[in-house]
Each structure stands twice: as C-alpha cells, then as structure tokens.
Design a binder for this molecule. Structure first.
Ligand code: AMP
Ligand code: MG
Length: 400
C-alpha cells in the first residue's frame, strides 16, 4: 500500500479539478459568484468634471479678490451652465457638473454671502482646481475594472451597476451531495438503540460547505452498508453533482464497499491512503464529466480534518477562484508523535499583541472524539518526517 504525503495528495487533487460552466445572472443576484467575463468602464470615470463640495464654483484666473455675484444654482443632474468672465460664480452642489468656464470649487463653509454675492473667507484662499473631480481622472472608457475570476462582493456589484452590466456571466453554483454511509446511523430526531448512533458528520460537512465563502447548493443523503443498494444508487449521485462527499464506508471493513463500487460506477480513483492521522483511508476520484468525489473516513475528526485540509478549496477552484494559503504560526507546547505520519493536531489559536499566531494543542481521545474538538478552532499540520516538535515550531493552520 503506497501512502502519499499530504502535499502530494493536494497536488493530485488540484490537477483534476475542472472549471464549472458559466451562466448569466442578474447583477444584483451575483453576490459571492465568480466573474467569467471582463468588466470594462463603459465611459470615463467620473464621466464629467464633478463638483466635490456644496459651495461656489469660480474661475481662479479671472478673480481679482472681489465679491462674486452668483449667476444661479448648478444642481446635480442638470446640464452645465455658462460662467461669464469677471466677478461671477455659480452656487454648486456636490455631484453637479462643473459649470463651463469654472475651474475651482470653494466649500460653502469658506464663503460669506451678501445680497447674492459671495466673498471668500481670507484664511481659506483656494487653490486652482480644488474640489473638482476631473472627467476620466479615475478611469478612462474601456479600462478593465474587473478581471475574469474576480469574486463578486459589494464593491464589485457597485462597479457592475455603474457600468450598466444588468446581467453578468458568472460560474455556475457548485452542486454538492453529502452522503453518510453505515447501518449504525440514525436520524437526529430518533432515539438510537444501544448499538446505534445519530448522524453527525453530514451536518458538520453541510455547515462547513455553507461557510466556504461562495454560494453552493447542497443535498444530503444516506447509503446503507448494502452492496446492491449502493451499486444501484451511485450512478445518479455521480451524475447529479459537481462534488460528492461520502462519509465512512471507505476503510478496510467487510462492509466498506464504496471504493470498489465507485470504480464500478465509472469513477476513476486517483489515490487512496495518505500518510496522515487522522484520515489515512481518504479516497479521491473523478468521473469523465468532471464530478469530483471524496470518500472521507467516517470517524468524525477524520471527516472534518480531511474536509478542511483537502476539500474546502475545491469548490473555490471549480468556481475559478484561487486557493487560500494557510497562515503559519508557532507551537506553544512541545509535541511528540512517533508514527511515520503527518499529524493534524487540533489546536486553539491565539494572536500575540505583536500579531504572531500561537497554537495550544487541544487533547482529543482519538479520531472518534467529536466533542473533544469543541475547545479547538482548527488544526495544524506537523510533517511526517519528524517525531518531536519543540516550542516555536512553525506549522500551517487550518481553521474550522
Ligand atoms: P467507517 O469509516 O464507516 O468505518 O466509520 C468509522 C467510524 O465513524 C464508525 O465508528 C462510524 O460509526 C462513525 N461514523 C461514520 N459515519 C458517521 C456519521 N455520519 N456521523 C457520525 N459518525 C459516523
Ligand atoms: Mg461504516
């Protein structure tokens, strides 16, 4: 049995992820989606010389220090009016077009008014061009404002709106199916017999998927430990999803049928068995149509750890986003771990006043100790080549 290093498993996974198709959606429904077309400025930004303050607009060159008679009000949303040469000004409002002939705006707080004439307060002598947001000074028509692959948040939606992109091309929403396996599992609202347990992994996975930072569609299902039933249902599961997550049924037990039946159903296995604890039996494969399949070991800590180590960036990659690079920090206690496996160690992280990250190990009984994880906020990865890790050892952190 060949065991892969976690970093090699990660590379194999990345090499098999295909970009989802795109679809067109209304711009105000595009929050959290990944852009699949370039967004260009449809006009200059700002599109006209924009007044930036409520006040007066004047021409600096023709002003000799005298009071300026107002020729009227230049409001926002109205075409530019003409400023005559001499001691004249316009009252202007923020967002209005700068009147023709004017080049400078003086805020209302810095002028005094008497009988329709405005004088400048001496201590605030204006600089030519002040408070005028010049046409095209931010962006020119045709400039690239949002590149393909941009995650659309509030400020990006604002750019779509201002450029008139009523509809926009984005990546389709990944369809995820999460399946528990096992005859010992019962529903949450049932009272388990002494030999049964309630399902928990699927809900941990569902919540983790909802927290990925991009919209996903999720379906939950269950498979019994029965070869014929699994065989008959796998084809549909693989056809109707972009990402399939199985929990359990993947190890060396007599009723762990998944690995064999997945291949029978047309999946290609890319690896099983990773040099890690927890989560050694992790299985990864894909179908010809690009559906990505993870069979995650059923022990609750294994399931969740494998999800955050390997699966969590898959939907991002499918959508066309880059993967997230884990932040590194330092062990706050020494750790010994003898098996020749990478250790995913649950920790409580804390940040020092200087901003560095430190990890206090959280003891769990074994990979089935679900409640033992509550005190942790993630895990760190300690490499297989080493058995002793002293205080200060630097390791990547995967929050959950
Ligand atoms: P398996 O990988 O199927 O051998 O399962 C390993 C262990 O994880 C067994 O003790 C299972 O009962 C447990 N387990 C499997 N699936 C779940 C689940 N959905 N929720 C909670 N525990 C599970
Ligand atoms: Mg099982």
């Amino acid at each position: 049995m060949d065991l892969l290093l976690p970093s090699d498993a990660e590379k194999i996974i990345e090499s098999h992820i295909v970009l989802l198709d795109s679809e067109t959606v209304a711009f105000d429904q595009a929050y959290g989606r990944t852009l699949r077309e370039p967004v260009l400025a449809d006009r200059d930004f700002p599109p006209y010389d924009r007044v930036m303050m409520d006040g007066i607009a004047m021409n600096m060159a023709s002003w000799k220090g005298e009071a300026m008679q107002s020729l009227g009000v230049q409001r926002a949303g109205v075409d530019a009016m003409d400023l005559r040469e001499g001691a004249f000004c316009f009252e202007v409002m923020t967002g209005a077009v700068l009147p023709f002939g004017a080049d400078t705006v003086v805020p209302i707080e810095q002028v005094t008014e008497s009988g329709g004439s405005f004088s400048l307060v001496e201590s605030n002598f204006p600089t030519e061009g002040q408070f005028v947001h010049r046409q095209g000074s931010d962006q020119k028509a045709g400039d690239l404002l949002l590149a393909e692959g941009t995650l659309l948040g509030g400020k990006e939606i604002a750019v779509l709106a201002t450029c008139g992109y009523a509809e926009v091309s984005v990546s389709q929403i990944p369809r995820i199916i999460i399946l528990s396996t096992g005859d010992e599992l019962v529903e949450v609202n049932e009272t388990p017999s002494p030999f049964q347990i309630r399902k928990s992994n699927v809900y941990a996975l569902e919540t983790a998927c909802k927290n990925l930072g991009i919209p996903v569609s999720i379906r939950l299902d269950h498979l019994p430990d029965d070869q014929a039933t699994i065989a008959c249902r796998l084809a549909n599961v693989l056809n109707e999803s972009d990402l399939v997550l199985f929990s359990g049924g993947i190890s060396k037990g007599k009723y762990d049928f998944l690995q064999e039946l997945l291949v029978d159903a047309g999946a290609t296995k890319h690896f099983q068995w990773v040099k890690q604890r927890p989560g050694k039996p992790l299985w990864f494969g894909t179908t010809k149509t690009g559906t990505v399949i993870f069979a995650l070991p059923g022990n609750p800590n294994s399931t969740l750890t494998c999800f955050y180590r390997y699966v969590s960036d898959v939907t991002r990659t499918m959508a066309g986003l880059g993967k997230r690079i884990p932040e590194s920090g330092q062990l706050a206690e020494s750790v010994k771990f003898n098996p020749p496996l990478s250790l995913f160690l649950p920790v409580r992280s804390r940040r020092s006043p200087e901003g560095s990250l430190h990890f206090d190990p959280v003891a769990t009984q074994n990979s089935g100790d679900l409640a033992g994880l509550i005190a942790s906020d993630g895990f760190i990865e300690l490499p297989a080549e080493q058995n002793e890790f002293s205080v200060g050892f630097s390791a990547p952190f995967y929050p959950w």
